[in-house]
Write a protein that binds this ligand. Structure first.
Ligand SMILES: [Zn+2]
Length: 347
């Protein structure tokens, strides 16, 4: 009798143990195992391979299916309903659909997988951060690229493009970027022109993870370097509009004075006509692609040569593509452009 009681106890413990083991979602467990505190260069075999759509491993025979385990198998992004202002209408959409639409709108699908995965993680982080700090009433984000993040309805995309975007979002399911435990402001832009910019130089507030870093390999970007030509009369009139105290002597060479630059190579302050102007002021006034510019004056015109496109703070999309082609994975890309961060599951 004592032997059979002991056997029954062991069997009970065994089945409890098995049930606890099998209740965990295999995919989430994989994310846990590799993501939170992995070294930058750690191989990420658990989440690297894009999981085919609906590819949750079939549950082991002994799995006890509960509501909780069903939700877990759905994946974080499928189960999370994001409040979005979609074309002016507040809606709730699964984070997976939102991110698929953001990828379709914000990054060329010809970019390498790892760059697209980096974009998915940055865009997920941006959206979830703004659940706590909604940008449009109760909606965390809107679908306008000039305001929050662009979004294209996945159902309107070509099937091959939609499937590619979906599978790369799925491959990073639930992963977010944190600095000191908090979701970061995951800003991104098209092209830096060779070096990104400090957040402080653009928005005034220091964010330790948004520092200027080199961003090589962007030369293929359409706006790596641009020229903006302004007739000299219009140039002079615009500066007078900004500061009536400017004075322009006969000699053109005396119009341009000292220039101070930001850590990312942008113009901080430039003296023109004897008065100081910020790079941000001139970018806005003359519609320049970026504040990273040089200025040449000739008898007929002022020529701004700009580098990069956008605010240049955070992840450069063309830089991410260059890193991916050089062999970097999405974690390395993110940890380059967002200094000192960790990539881990959202929950
Ligand atoms: Zn918005």
């Amino acid at each position: 009798m004592r032997d059979s009681a002991a056997a029954a106890l062991i069997a009970a413990l065994f089945w409890t143990f098995l049930a606890v083991l099998s209740a965990g979602n295999p995919r989430l467990a994989g994310v846990e195992a590799v993501s939170p505190f992995a070294a930058v260069s750690a191989a990420d075999s658990g989440t690297e391979a894009p999981a085919p759509a609906g590819s949750d491993c079939p549950p082991p025979a002994a799995t006890i299916v509960t509501e909780a385990s069903l939700q877990a198998e759905q994946g974080f992004d499928e189960g999370f309903l994001l409040p979005v202002l979609r074309d002016g209408e507040p809606v709730r959409m699964p984070l997976h659909d939102y991110l698929t639409g953001v990828i379709l709108a914000e990054m060329p699908l010809s970019f390498p997988d790892e760059a697209l995965k980096a974009q998915a993680v940055a865009s997920r982080t941006y959206a979830l951060r703004h659940c706590a700090h909604p940008r449009h009433g109760e909606a965390a984000v809107c679908t306008a690229s000039g305001c929050c993040q662009g979004w294209q309805d996945p159902s309107a995309a070509a099937p091959s493009e939609r499937e590619r975007a979906e599978s790369l979002v799925q491959a990073t399911d639930g992963l977010v970027i944190r600095y000191e435990g908090k979701l970061i402001e995951a800003t991104f832009f098209s092209c830096s022109g060779g070096r990104t910019e400090d957040a402080a130089a653009v928005w005034g507030g220091e964010l330790p993870y948004l520092q200027a870093v080199d961003s090589p390999g962007e030369e293929e970007a359409a706006h790596f370097s641009d020229e903006t030509r302004i007739p000299l009369d219009a140039f002079r009139a615009a500066l007078r509009g900004l500061d009536p105290a400017v004075e322009f002597p006969e000699a053109l060479g005396a119009w341009v004075g000292s220039v101070s630059r930001t850590p990312g190579g942008g113009v901080d302050v430039i003296v023109l006509g004897g008065r100081p102007f910020t790079g941000k002021q001139l970018r806005k006034t003359f519609g320049l692609r970026s504040t990273a510019f040089s200025l040449e004056l000739s008898a007929g015109e002022a020529v701004f040569v700009t580098h990069g496109f956008g605010h240049r703070v955070g992840m450069s999309q063309y830089g991410a593509a260059a890193m991916a082609r050089a062999g970097a994975d999405f974690r390395e890309i993110l940890q380059w452009y967002y200094q000192g961060v960790r990539i881990g599951p959202a929950e």
